[in-house]
Design a binder for this molecule. Structure first.
Ligand SMILES: C[S@@+](CC[C@H](N)C(=O)[O-])C[C@H]1O[C@@H](n2cnc3c(N)ncnc32)[C@H](O)[C@@H]1O
Length: 341
């Protein structure tokens, strides 16, 4: 992240009346090498996203377009983002230009791509539990020892509190979190627990993994207690649990993914309204897309939502919507961020 870049971008956002998107979620591949029981991905080869040289150049061009448009943050996601052999180079390019970069990863390949990983403003490694058997059951792979070894390796090149452990939480692993929080405290890491929710993709829905009623209360209370015990290390939005209880996105708390979080697919195409449902897609330049009539029409509809949005509780759209829907939540997240830096 470069402060001169942030200042220039801020000027663009002010000039646009804060109409511009501020973040891109780039799914570098839809394939994954873990098989998490609650996740929609995890079938290697199911999504056949071919890598070509032309595609690599197209992504570099896209990153330039993001910088020109004043996008603040670029998140590399997936599938498993490091299964795309170019991801490390994309991170370096975005960092050179000054964008704030982050990447959730299962950690299986972070040692192999340690140079790229070292450039990330925020590295997020997904570890639900330090119990090897429970980890294997949940994540569909007995990979914990390798991931922990890889993590210790890359941490030598990362500053305190710039590495986050993502834990998808339900009642099965709630009691494992204190051990994980202590692990984070000893290494100056952030623990970001997120309640397991259902994930939909283009109409395809997994079996119901959602928390209901008293289960949500137990998870929320457990996390609040954990944050009290580890105030520097545990970070989550308490409001998320109210949102979850209220059934996720709805007219009172609309999803801002279409206007604020750009979805980019492995081939560089931009998808609207979100990463999980496509009504419009384009390979045109980024600014041109957001000035086009089809995109404007979709964005105008975000206030009223689509039927497929109802009940969605996915974390990244929630976060961008929290900033946008509520100044109080924007301030809370800002304070949260500052407290741990
Ligand atoms: C979809 S993964 C993509 C990146 C990478 N493969 C990883 O494991 O981090 C991003 C994050 O979403 C979390 N996740 C996936 N499905 C989830 C669900 N149903 N509920 C809550 N979190 C989930 C994962 O644990 C991971 O931290």
């Amino acid at each position: 992240m470069k402060y001169s870049y942030i200042a220039k971008s801020l000027a663009k956002h002010v000039a646009s009346g804060f109409k511009l998107p501020y973040m891109v979620m780039f799914e570098t591949t839809l394939m994954c090498n873990e098989y998490c029981e609650y996740c929609i991905f995890g079938e290697e080869g199911k999504f056949n996203d071919l890598k070509t040289r032309a595609e690599r150049e197209r992504i570099f061009k896209r990153i330039r377009e993001m910088a020109e448009m004043g996008i603040f943050a670029l998140s590399f996601s997936g599938g498993e983002p490091l299964l795309n052999p170019n991801t490390s180079d994309y991170i370096a390019r975005a960092a050179d230009l000054g964008l704030w970069t982050s990447m959730p990863t299962n950690g299986l390949l972070i040692k192999k791509y340690a140079d790229g990983v070292a450039r990330l403003d925020m590295l997020e490694v997904s570890i639900d539990s330090l119990n090897r058997q429970r980890f294997a059951k949940r994540r569909g792979l007995d990979g914990l020892p390798t991931i922990l070894e890889n993590l210790e390796f890359v941490l030598k090149r990362r500053r305190p509190f710039t590495t986050q452990i993502n834990a998808a939480v339900n009642l099965e692993n709630l009691d494992d979190l204190p051990e994980l929080a202590e692990f984070c405290r000893q290494r100056n890491l952030v623990l970001h627990p997120e309640a397991v929710h259902n994930v939909m993709r283009a109409g395809e829905l997994l079996p119901d993994f959602e928390l209901h009623g008293a289960q949500i209360d137990r998870v929320e209370l457990g996390l609040r207690n954990l944050r009290t015990a580890y105030p520097k290390n545990v970070r989550f939005y308490t409001h998320y649990y109210e949102f979850y209880r209220n059934g996720g996105f709805g007219p009172k708390f609309p999803c801002r993914h279409p206007s604020k979080l750009v979805s980019m697919k492995p081939d560089g195409s931009i998808h609207l309204p979100c990463a999980f449902m496509t009504l419009f897609q384009s390979q045109a330049p980024l600014e041109e897309i957001f000035e086009s009539e089809p995109a404007k029409k979709i964005i105008a509809q975000e206030e009223t939502l689509w039927d497929f949005c109802k009940g969605c509780k996915i974390g990244c759209p929630y976060e961008v919507s929290a900033f946008t829907n509520s100044p109080a939540l924007a301030i809370e997240s800002g304070l949260n961020f500052l407290r741990i830096i």
